[in-house]
Structures are given as C-alpha cells and as structure tokens.
Design a protein around this ligand. Structure first.
Ligand code: MF3
Ligand code: CO
Ligand code: CO
Length: 251
C-alpha cells in the first residue's frame, strides 16, 4: 500500500501562503497578455515576481526544465517552454506557475486569451474551468477519487470534448509531485479514499478533439495528436473536515 500524507492544521497555513503567491503571479500577468508579446517575456515577468516575493520558481531546473513557468499555446496540452513564440490575435494559452515559499509548493494554472477568440475556443475554456471547479465541489473525506475522476471524464465528454489520460494531477506540499496520482478519469467506487489533511492538485487537460497526445523532441512540450486546441485550469487544494480548501484562488 502506498502512503498518502495527511497534514496538520499548521501546514494548511503554509500552503495558503504559497498558493496565494502562485495565484498572485497569474493575476499579475493579466495586463501583459497582449498581441506581440513573447512567451519568453512573460516567463521573465513570472521569474522576477516570484523572486521579488522571496520565493523560488519550482520548475526552474526541475528535472532539467529550463524556465520559471510553463506556457502552453493553442494545441499545446502542457509543459510548453517559454521562448520566442509571439502571441497573436485569437490565441488561447495556459500559464502554469509553481512557487516554493518557505519550503511549501503552490501550483496553479489558468487560461488567457488574446484579442478575439472563436466561440469554440471559448466553450473549450469554459468546460475546462467547470470541470475543475465542479470536481472540487465533489471532493471531501470518505469520497473515492474514482467518483471525482469519473465526473470529470463524463462531464467533458458530454460537452463534446475529451480529457487527457497521459498526464495527471498529484499530491503536493513540501514535495512538488507526491502521491496520490490524480487521474482525471475513473470508475465510481474505485481509487483511493480521500481523507482530511491530504493536499493535492486537480488539473484536467481538455482537448477539443482526440485525447491522445504527442511529446515533442525538446523532451517537454506536449501537443494534441490531432493538433486540436487544448485547455487547462489547475488548483492546489487541501482536504478539510467537510470538503476542500482551495489554496490557489485567483482572479
Ligand atoms: N506545474 C506543473 C504541474 O502542474 C509541472 C511542471 S513541471 C515542469 O504539475 F518541469 F514541466 F515545469
Ligand atoms: Co502546475
Ligand atoms: Co500540478
């Protein structure tokens, strides 16, 4: 049996602080998401903001990852590496930030849009957002994770989209990627039983087309197999007596 950590009340306070900072990075970026800016410039803003607030960008140097954020544009599912790519009218993008503040990780991501996007892209973003927020409402002590995973998968499919199965959420705390593995699909009554004090992320990746993904030659960038658009939102949460606390509320 694998062991999923259960954290004390005092550790909720540490996660609240780390989560709040990560959320503030996402809020801070909002004004800079404009046509003509490069993803590399956005990453620089993230890096400087995190350092200025006495934290460490967790992704920088993580298993060799070279940047302080992940920026995933259009058909990129996750782990897009910021660089020379220029934002264009109609683009949709996910920015994923993880900070380490006083040893604790805050991990969150959200979607941004550039100029005018299509109604189809807009629906995709809305479904990805609702998949995350509705799933958090289902979470609480005694619930099998499979019930929540099943909800996410069927909710996304009922909207005509597909959920990525190749990448998952994760336990979080003093370790970036810990147990449990949070699949965004499942079978009711199966999976681990959620308990008070557990900390984990939920971060469903929703594809407009097929669920299959391809890893590019850079070893990080994950794209949709069929080049369809992909959207994702992520929160870090802690399980309370009756439900879940969102550590990374933003917006
Ligand atoms: N923040 C991502 C997550 O949600 C992980 C990025 S790891 C990196 O788990 F190395 F790609 F940055
Ligand atoms: Co993340
Ligand atoms: Co994560």
């Amino acid at each position: 049996m694998s062991k999923i950590k259960r954290h004390k009340k005092a550790h909720f306070a540490k996660m609240r602080e780390a989560g709040h900072l990560a959320a503030n990075v996402l809020n801070y970026l909002e004004l800079s998401i404009v046509e003509g800016v490069t993803t590399g410039e956005l990453d620089r803003l993230c890096h400087d903001f995190i350092i200025k607030h006495n934290a460490i960008p967790a992704t920088l140097g993580y298993e060799g990852y070279p940047k302080s954020s992940c920026i995933s544009l259009n058909n990129v599912v996750c782990h897009g590496i910021p660089g020379n790519e220029v934002l264009r009218n109609g683009d949709i993008l996910n920015i994923d930030i993880t900070v380490i503040l006083d040893g604790w990780h805050g991990d969150t991501s959200r979607m941004y849009t550039v100029g005018t996007i299509t109604p189809h892209a807009s629906k995709l973003i809305q479904v990805a957002y609702n998949a995350l927020m509705k799933s958090i409402e289902l979470v609480g002590p005694g619930v099998h994770w499979g019930n929540v995973g099943h909800f996410i998968e069927t909710f996304v499919a009922s909207n005509g989209f597909s959920v990525v199965k190749d990448y998952c959420g994760h336990g979080i705390g003093q370790i970036f990627h810990d147990l449990p593995q949070i699949d965004h699909f499942g079978t009711p009554g199966e999976g681990f039983i959620i308990r008070e004090g557990m900390f984990f992320t939920i971060e469903p990746m929703v594809n407009a087309g097929l669920e299959e993904t391809v890893l590019l030659d850079d070893g990080w960038t994950v794209v949709t197999f069929d080049n369809s658009l992909s959207a994702q939102f992520e929160h870090s949460i802690g399980i309370t007596e009756h439900g879940a606390e969102i550590f990374t509320k933003s917006g």
